[in-house]
Design a protein around this ligand. Structure first.
Ligand SMILES: [Zn+2]
Ligand SMILES: [Zn+2]
Length: 237
């Protein structure tokens, strides 16, 4: 699948979604990938080979494909391909020799040999796609933060998840917006921390009568912002 560039409008929409902007852009790409590939690209031989090598998608992406995919036929064709592949890899049952010991050795040896044949040789294709797309998103964000308009728009965002903050700092290309980004991140974490302290304080029985305000779900927002919103299982490697 082609790597897509990000427009200023895409970035502004990502800032306003209430989640890490890189997670938001990746989430949109995941949706587009599932929409496009299972609908238009099922006959794409390169993509089919990639899926066969990976023995399908990771569990998290499989869940998303099954929940949001709009082409049952596309999924059925890929599943058919995969089942044929793993059946062929597993192969026929080994011929058994006469003695109990030789039968045991034959079966164990055949099982071990076939582990290699059945095992995947590539990562989940959708995780791989996002690994290629994420640096494009990071660069677009940093280019946007290099100008005043971008920085103003970015203040709408709740900051970056830890994995993407690391990716952005690691890239720092272009570097002009990095000081602002760090400042904004600290402000976001400080605000969340203040809300968490308030939530923890009100959780004490002495203050149990005080009404819970916006801090009521600060624990949830903090946990989510730290972990990010991405669903792929092979994205942190
Ligand atoms: Zn993120
Ligand atoms: Zn995946």
């Amino acid at each position: 699948m082609l790597i897509r560039t990000v427009s200023p409008a895409d970035l502004q929409a990502a800032y306003a979604q209430g989640l890490c902007p890189i997670c938001a852009l990746n989430e949109r790409d995941e949706r587009r990938y599932i929409d496009t590939m299972f609908y238009d690209q099922v006959t794409n031989v390169t993509w089919r080979a990639q899926i066969r090598d990976a023995r399908g998608f990771c569990a998290a992406h499989t869940t998303r494909i099954l929940v949001e995919g709009r082409s049952a036929l596309g999924v059925a064709l890929i599943a058919d391909d995969l089942l044929k592949t793993v059946r062929e890899a597993l192969g026929a049952a080994p011929a058994l020799r006469s003695s109990a010991l030789s039968r045991f050795r034959t079966v164990v040896g055949a099982g071990r040999r076939r582990v290699g044949a059945v095992r995947s040789t590539a990562a989940c294709p959708l995780c791989l796609h996002l690994r290629q797309q994420t640096p494009v998103h990071i660069r677009s964000l940093l280019q946007d933060l290099a100008n005043d308009g971008g920085r103003t728009a970015y203040t709408l965002s709740p900051g970056l998840c830890v994995a993407h903050l690391v990716g952005v700092l690691d890239s720092s290309d272009p570097p002009e917006g990095i000081p602002f980004l760090i400042e904004h991140q600290q402000r976001c974490w400080q605000r969340l921390n203040d809300e968490l302290q308030e939530f923890i304080r009100k959780s004490d029985y002495q203050f149990a009568g005080e009404p819970i305000g916006e801090e009521g779900d600060a624990w949830r927002r903090a946990f989510r912002l730290l972990a990010g919103w991405q669903t792929g299982q092979q994205l942190r490697n």
